[in-house]
Design a protein around this ligand. Structure first.
Ligand code: FES
Ligand SMILES: [Fe+2]
Length: 361
């Protein structure tokens, strides 16, 4: 096929109508994002004295870290005349001590978004305030609170659910990509879906699930599955198949963890989607695992290193399904067990949206 449009990305003529205009998640019932914590980056990406522009939840933002190390996320536009605070120029703007300086007329803004100084009217700041976001940094992950009603955080994320000593784990390994047409709760609906592992992830057997356990904004459950099923040996299971566990922890509809336990090996995976706008999300995959016996280095090695790497790509097999699907609020269930599990986890996520669609009780 000859084409003069270099943006066809290898599609044939039949497929050329795809990807025209904004993509939507068909069937999605919610009118706003779910309230909760969302990953927006990593601590090492922003050093003391640095400022970066960002866009999350359809809003232009600025992320900066003061000279003393305080992290702040503010609305991007200066209340004075509207300059973007995250675009320092050759002569001005950027972090200035514990404040952020506007690149246009040099007004200073605190980490809370208050005006603290106007250089040509000393000692008389204005009452104007830049919109400020709640941020948190735990275990090297930066999170921002989104609240559809504009409220403050109602819980804190406790960090990775380490088993034993944190120093026995490798430093976090991270990958980021997107935008993806997917919703933040999709990775966590995996925990209610034993029958997709074989088809989407190539695993040998279906998983078995325990019941969910709920504590306020947190839902937990455990899946049991046989690693290396049907094989005499594999890199993960050199001594033959072994029964292992995946503990799932979900905070709100957007922050979830799968903790794998396979004998002595523990691997903790935080796969999260953060909305850029109504339809597209960026995918953050953060993983850590127990150090190989005797290894004191920071480069993941052996089975643990391999398993950590595998988490980054395993979850990506799901994206293929998500980006082309039409979301069913009422799927066809094959039995009460499946229905109960799905209904439970979806009702849990449902409470964080402004227009719940599932009945309580
Ligand atoms: S626009 Fe920011 S100081 Fe004037
Ligand atoms: Fe999956």
């Amino acid at each position: 096929m000859t084409t003069f449009d270099l943006r066809h990305e290898g599609r044939t003529g039949i497929e050329m109508g795809l990807g025209v205009g904004p993509q939507k998640m068909l069937g999605w019932p919610y009118t706003d994002f779910a309230t909760g914590w969302y990953v927006i980056g990593y601590s090492h990406e922003i050093k003391a004295g640095e400022v970066k522009p960002a866009k999350w939840f359809g809003e232009d933002l600025v992320v900066f870290r003061t000279e003393s190390g305080v992290l702040s996320v503010l609305n991007a536009y200066c209340p004075h005349m509207g300059a973007h605070l995250g675009r320092p120029g050759q002569f001005g703007g950027g972090v200035c001590g514990e404040t952020l300086k506007c690149p246009w007329h040099g007004w200073l803004w605190s980490t809370e978004g208050h005006n603290v100084d106007i250089p040509y009217r000393p000692g008389q700041p204005v009452k104007a305030q830049v919109g400020r976001k709640h941020v948190s940094e735990v275990d090297g992950v930066i999170m921002m609170w989104y609240d559809h009603a504009g409220g403050a955080p109602t819980y804190e994320w406790p960090g990775f659910p380490y088993i034993g000593d944190k120093s026995d784990y490798y430093p976090i390994d991270t990958t980021v990509d997107g935008p993806h047409l997917a919703k933040p709760q999709f990775p966590f609906e995996n925990s209610a879906d034993p029958h997709h592992f074989k088809h989407v992830h190539g695993s040998g057997l279906d998983a078995e699930f325990n019941d969910y356990d709920v504590d306020g904004p947190v839902a937990k459950n455990t899946m049991t599955l046989v690693f290396g099923a049907g094989k005499d040996e594999s890199w993960l299971t050199p001594d033959g198949p072994i029964e292992g566990y995946v503990d799932n922890f979900f905070w709100g509809a957007s922050l979830g963890i799968a903790r794998f336990r396979i004998g002595e090996l523990v691997c903790i995976h935080l796969p999260t989607l953060t909305p850029v706008d109504d339809d597209q999300c960026i995918f953050f995959s953060t993983v850590t695992g127990t150090r190989e016996p005797g290894d004191t280095g920071d480069v993941p090695r052996g089975r643990s290193g391999k398993f950590m790497k595998a988490q980054h790509w395993q979850i990506r097999n799901d994206f293929h399904i998500w980006q082309h699907m039409s979301y069913k609020v009422k799927p066809i269930y094959t039995g009460t067990e499946e229905q109960t599990r799905y209904a439970f986890i979806r009702r849990h996520f449902d409470q964080f949206y402004p227009n719940p669609v599932y009945k309580r009780g």
